[in-house]
Design a protein around this ligand. Structure first.
Ligand code: MG
Length: 431
């Protein structure tokens, strides 16, 4: 046996010796399996983590979805995370997730933190099931009756966008994100007009000046038609420079948006404090943050009014609840990211935090298709613009693996939209 013989790490049961903590487990319960499941019922590959235990029928589910790099997350879970966790008592969530985090030595960022998120959420699911309570009761219980959510209205024209907004208001939504198309590529989330810049090298491009000049007209029309009671939101999707962000925010001031989302790309986040200081509109940011230190910096340095964490990429519920506590103490509110590229298990993790934290501000929502509901029985459905977490133990959501297998992922599809934003002159922009 050499110093580097991997067998020296195994104890008599085959568990990795170095991963066992120096305290005796309270009982004989152990993690017996950690694996990834990928399913794409809406075309987007959702990555789930299932943690099985020695207690027959006791298992946990977590969301580690990273649609553009899902195979890398699967490899991280199965090749690197599983061997560290099998044999551990699933109760030690803090220790297990810190161990997985430190074990790679080079750590943080998407992929590794997606894998960690999936593991972490699965362990919290197990904790809730063992206690016989929904996870939010492990976080201190409810601090509100329900989670009010917002939805998206987007179309090629202002009229059609406002038609969609009125439909959502009729369904009970009081907060609506508005996006409208423009020539060429369109705006984020809204269609364009192909060939919109016919004399340019890239006629299907996206023009920043057109976007900045045109967007206030959408909100002027929205206030005229929808009135002053609806909460209006807008997602820039990181395509502006810091100065352009301030120009747009000032142009939108009189329409009293509840927040302006992702005004600049993550590469420029050091300049968010100056943008926020100059913006008359609350700044929402955070869905592209893939590490705890980056989120801490954002809150600490005054770069954010509404923290848009993506709990399936920052490391799961364990770091999210700490970041939300920090936000609460510093007067920052939450507006968690939750479109179709998060699984219903990830939604459940969002809702557990939303319903329990005093820092709650907004929550994005997505209407899943029938196939997703078939795969994930128990997926909550918005009613009158609100979502409720399940009151069953753990997340209260199941995963039907047979149904999931009917929707295998398609490779190399979801990288493309994020690599397709070019100006009319052909230059690439952040997506
Ligand atoms: Mg967004």
């Amino acid at each position: 046996m050499t110093e580097h013989d991997p067998n020296r790490l195994l104890d008599a049961s085959g568990a990795l010796r170095e991963t066992q903590p120096p305290w005796p487990p309270r009982d004989a319960l152990r993690v017996t399996g950690v694996r990834a499941i990928v399913t794409a019922p809406e075309g987007l590959p959702l990555v789930l983590v299932r943690v099985d235990t020695s207690d027959d029928g006791l298992y946990g589910l977590g969301c580690g979805t990273f649609t553009q790099r899902y195979e890398a997350v699967v490899a991280a879970i199965e090749a690197h995370v599983a061997p560290l966790v099998i044999g551990r008592h699933p109760a030690d969530i803090e220790d297990i997730t810190r161990l997985v985090h430190y074990s790679s030595y080079w750590r943080n960022g998407p992929v590794l933190n997606n894998a960690l998120s999936g593991l972490d959420q699965a362990l919290w699911d197990i904790a809730g099931k063992r206690a016989g309570v929904p996870v939010y009761e492990l976080l201190g219980g409810r601090s509100r009756a329900a989670v009010e959510v917002y939805s998206h209205a987007a179309a090629a024209t202002v009229e059609e966008t406002l038609d969609a907004a009125e439909e959502l208001m009729a369904q009970g939504f009081r907060s609506i994100r508005l996006q409208v198309g423009q020539p060429g590529l369109g705006a984020y989330g809204a269609p364009g007009t192909p060939g919109g810049y016919p004399r340019s090298p890239h006629p299907d491009g996206w023009d920043v000046e057109h976007y900045i000049r045109g967007t206030p007209a959408l909100f002027a029309a929205a206030r005229d038609r929808l009135g002053d009671e609806v909460n209006l939101l807008h997602d820039v999707h990181s395509r502006l420079t810091p100065k352009q962000a301030v120009i747009l925010a000032r142009a939108l001031e009189s329409y009293q948006l509840s927040f302006l989302e992702d005004v600049i790309a993550p590469e420029y986040y050091d300049r968010l404090p100056e943008v926020r200081a100059a913006s008359p509109v609350p700044i929402a940011v955070g869905e592209q943050i893939g590490s705890v230190p980056d989120a801490v910096r954002l809150i600490r340095d005054g770069g954010v009014d509404l923290l848009r964490l993506h709990t399936s990429s920052v490391g799961g519920l364990t770091p999210t609840r700490k970041l939300v506590a920090l936000a609460e103490l510093l007067g920052v509110r939450t507006a968690f990211h939750s479109p179709g590229d998060i699984s219903p298990i990830g939604v459940a993790a969002n809702l557990a935090v939303d319903i329990s934290t005093p820092a709650f501000g907004f929550q994005e929502s997505h209407t899943y298709n029938d196939a997703t509901h078939e795969i994930f029985p128990g997926t909550p459905v918005p009613a009158d613009g609100h979502l409720l977490p399940s009151d069953r133990p753990g997340w209260g959501i199941e995963l039907d693996e047979k149904a999931a297998a009917a929707y295998p992922p398609t490779r190399f599809l979801f990288e493309r939209w994020a690599a397709g934003v070019r100006r009319p002159d052909g230059g690439l922009e952040a997506p």
